[in-house]
Write a protein that binds this ligand. Structure first.
Ligand code: CMP
Length: 139
């Protein structure tokens, strides 16, 4: 997942991570970083033909983000239940986007939409060593 610039700006890092951990998702690794245009464009390259692409890249580079590698059985479903629909107006009550997002673009968090994309997106930001740090933790 990514806590996007608006989420970091609104001081929601702790709140989002608390919800994620409480839902049973394990944090494998995380980092606060500033995306540059090239990296944000590459991360969102599936959307490059969309009318909102330039605006999305502008937004994602507008301030620091927190990238988080997560793991859990049914992790994608668990996370997506927690964050809600892309458009906060359509997100279920109590979800992160419903509670905190301003708009369909500035929606606080990104969550991978499939296990396959989850693997691609975590390896985009983290190497295997970084993601194995928590392996020694007790269940
Ligand atoms: P995310 O789940 O990170 O996936 C792509 C992002 O593009 C999305 O969240 C929003 O931030 C943004 N996005 C998706 N649809 C729209 C839209 N119709 N208009 C503006 N931004 C959008």
């Amino acid at each position: 997942m990514i806590i996007k610039p608006d989420g970091v700006q609104k001081k929601l890092i702790g709140e989002v991570l608390r919800r994620v951990e409480s839902a049973g998702l394990q944090i494998k690794s995380l980092r606060l970083l500033q995306l540059d245009r090239a990296t944000a464009s590459r991360f969102y390259s599936v959307h490059k033909e969309r009318p909102f692409f330039n605006s999305l890249v502008e937004y994602m580079t507008s301030g620091p983000v927190v990238v988080v590698a997560l793991e859990a059985p049914n992790g994608v479903t668990k996370l997506r239940t927690l964050i809600g629909a892309t458009d906060p107006d359509k997100a279920d009550e109590g979800t992160i986007r419903r509670l905190y997002a301003e708009s369909i673009e500035q929606n606080v968090v990104h969550g991978s939409d499939s296990p396959e994309n989850g693997a691609i997106e975590t390896s985009f930001f983290f190497n295997t060593n970084e993601m194995s740090l928590s392996n020694s933790l007790q269940e």
